[in-house]
Design a binder for this molecule. Structure first.
Ligand SMILES: Cc1cc2nc3c(=O)[nH]c(=O)nc-3n(C[C@H](O)[C@H](O)[C@H](O)COP(=O)(O)O)c2cc1C
Length: 215
């Protein structure tokens, strides 16, 4: 099984990339081959440029834009599963995630009554989001609705998508350098030490399940 794992946070080694890597390790432990991408380390890329080449023969269903995202889209095309993690930026996904999402989804949209998608090879998708907001707030503040929108579209055009939300993350190493009075920084540090390792484990186990069980 070939798995593409994508960190759509500009930071590597932080919350999102750690969880993406854990899920990837879990998949590897079950024999999967993993190709990992850090979106913000790629060559320059943009979102969809509205060229519509993906709607015309011979490139139907395939984004032809040749930039930093081209190898990622190609790898997803050949993958058996996709793991992708993004930080919550201003109540949404990161800009890097969004650029990839536009290109990934729009290439498959036929604009025909039927079929809706050029992609008839569906793959399991794990979508991880990390945020300051605790998971418990996702419903009342609308983040759940936002994330469900991404999930439904991914379901339709890429494959069955499961969500993993990891909230209340530690955002910086040393909160005392900043005057961020809205955070209980001691609680943040404690959570990072006690709860985050459990989230890492959950990500690892989810990666294992992706390979081992029906998704
Ligand atoms: C530009 C920016 C916008 C953010 N907006 C939100 C937000 O709207 N809601 C939230 O809960 N967290 C927000 N955060 C916090 C991040 O989502 C959170 O710290 C995340 O875990 C960072 O992921 P990383 O450690 O992988 O970079 C924001 C952070 C940044 C840098």
């Amino acid at each position: 099984m070939k798995i593409v794992a994508i960190n759509a946070s500009p930071r590597t080694g932080w919350n999102t990339s750690t969880l993406v890597q854990e899920a990837a390790k879990g998949a590897q432990a079950q024999g999967a081959e993993v190709q990992l991408f850090d979106l913000y380390k790629l060559d320059k890329f943009t979102g969809c440029i509205s060229c519509f080449a993906c709607k015309l023969s011979p490139n139907e269903g395939k984004c032809v834009c040749k930039d930093g995202l081209a190898p990622v889209l190609e790898a997803i095309r050949n993958a058996d599963a996709l793991i992708i993690g993004t930080p919550n930026y201003l109540g949404d996904v990161s800009a890097g995630f969004r650029a990839l999402y536009e290109r990934l989804i729009f290439q498959s949209l036929t604009y025909k009554k039927s079929p809706q998608s050029y992609n008839d090879r569906k793959i399991p998708v794990l979508l991880i989001m990390t945020s300051n907001a605790d998971e418990a707030f996702y419903l009342p503040i609308g983040y759940k609705k936002m994330l469900k929108g991404y999930q439904q579209t991914l379901d339709t055009f890429v494959g069955n998508t499961k969500l993993m939300i990891v909230g209340n993350t530690k955002q910086v190493k040393d909160y005392s350098r900043f005057g961020w009075t809205m955070f209980d920084t001691q609680a943040k540090d404690e959570r990072h030490e006690k709860v985050f390792p459990r989230e890492r484990k959950k990500a690892f186990e989810t990666g294992e399940k992706m390979v081992r069980e029906p998704w």
